[in-house]
Design a protein around this ligand. Structure first.
Ligand code: PLP
Length: 395
């Protein structure tokens, strides 16, 4: 009845697939969006069916039509075999790592990893007998030298949190797979729209849907997608934890997906414009944006990515902490807060010096991370201009 299926969509372009994926209107009385199914118990029509356990839905923690719609759409967008949802991006990372490691294992994690993920490795995973070793984000194929017989995972995040180093995932994955090691990637910055992480070699891919998928700073959700080899193990780990996402959040995430490409393209354009403008400013020492030719990993970014999102960092000239505070307090449009990917611009000071262990982070000045939203770019520049004036005045 519905002519529009995953099969017929295969030949369509991505923007079309983003609009049509994960929808079954004729199973919902013709309504466009899959509604919010709330529920724990699912009824079976008779004892035979109860024992056969072959219904599409059997219990709330295992999924509902709402969560399935988002999972299916995400798998289609990511070129994955399977997707499971988690209540946050960090929960998605935890689930992926627990899927692929066990007591006695050694895992390799990039030094520029999202910091709470590092805390999960150093705390919880350690407690369960998994040893974490951090590696230089620019290691490439040399990661082979760090792989031991007990190594079960290489975890990549590209570009890195705060400092935006781009990783050579294809080379890392080749080295890992040669030794039977699972490659887990955090693809939150690029999303599947700008980086095809599975195609480049990742087995499990985590996304903080809290960021660009949501796009509106009003929900927390995580997604883990798996290739064919890891699909069953991922689903089994998901069932074991029953760490499921709420139906409203799944609904909102799927709604966000329809406009994700349009938002990201606008944020990409605006972020590049502002990054280039900042590169010309006297107060700035360096702009860390992989899509700028000045970025040390620009060639790698160009080879593997199809776009850049709205998040980048700058290293200021050596201004004092107080001057930076007066700059940030001066800003009217840029909010001070964690997270990114919403429609509103954000800024946050950062300092990786205290917690990186495999590499040395010695910037010549304070770091700021900017998330560019959907405001008018000229207004954002005027806001930053006023902030930078404040920075200079305070010197
Ligand atoms: C924000 C973020 C996460 C965690 O997402 P939450 O939903 O906030 O838990 C994970 N990885 C990266 C790279 C992030 O930026």
């Amino acid at each position: 009845m519905d002519k529009n299926t995953r099969e017929t969509r295969r030949k369509k372009r991505r923007r079309t697939r983003l609009v049509h994926a994960g929808r079954q209107p004729f199973e919902q009385h013709g309504f466009i969006n899959t509604p919010i199914y709330r529920g724990s118990t699912v009824l079976f029509p008779n004892v035979e069916e109860l024992h056969a356990y072959r219904q599409s839905y059997t219990y709330g923690t295992k999924g509902t039509p709402t969560t399935r719609a988002l999972e299916d759409a995400w798998s289609e967008l990511s070129g994955a075999s399977e997707t499971v949802l988690a209540p946050s991006g960090l929960a998605a990372i935890a689930l992926a790592l627990m899927t692929a490691s066990k007591a006695g294992d050694h895992i390799l994690v990039v030094d520029s990893v999202y910091r709470p993920a590092r805390n999960f490795c150093d705390g919880m995973l350690k407690r369960f007998g998994v040893e974490t070793e951090y590696y230089d984000p620019r290691i490439g194929a040399d990661v082979a030298n760090l792989i031991r017989p007990q190594t079960s995972v290489v975890f990549v995040e590209s570009p890195g949190s705060q400092s935006l180093e781009v990783q050579d995932l294809p080379s890392i994955a080749q080295a890992a797979h040669a030794r039977g090691v699972c490659v887990v990637a955090d693809n939150t910055w690029a999303t599947p729209l700008f980086f095809a992480a599975h195609e480049k070699g990742a087995d499990l891919v985590c996304e903080a849907g809290t960021k660009y998928l949501s796009g509106h700073s009003d929900l927390l959700i995580g997604l883990v997608s798996a290739n064919r080899e890891w699909a069953r193990k991922l689903r089994a780990a998901f069932d074991a934890f029953a760490m499921c996402a709420g139906p409203e959040d799944a609904f909102l995430a799927l709604r966000g997906m329809r406009s994700m490409e349009l938002r990201l393209r606008e944020q990409e354009k605006a972020a590049l414009d502002i990054a280039r403008w900042l590169e010309q400013r006297n107060e700035i020492s360096r702009v860390l944006h992989p899509a700028l030719p000045s970025h040390p990993d620009h060639q790698l970014w160009k080879r593997d990515f199809t776009g850049s999102s709205g998040l980048f960092s700058v290293i200021l000239k050596p201004f004092s902490e107080q001057s930076v505070a007066s700059m940030l307090d001066e800003l009217e449009l840029f909010g001070l807060g964690y997270s990114f990917g919403g429609y509103e611009s954000l800024v946050i000071p950062f300092d990786c010096r205290t917690y990186r262990t495999a590499t040395r982070w010695e910037p010549e000045g304070p770091g700021l991370r900017l998330s560019i939203g959907l405001e008018d770019v000229e207004d954002l520049k005027e806001d930053l201009d006023a902030g930078l004036a404040c920075l200079r005045a305070d010197r």
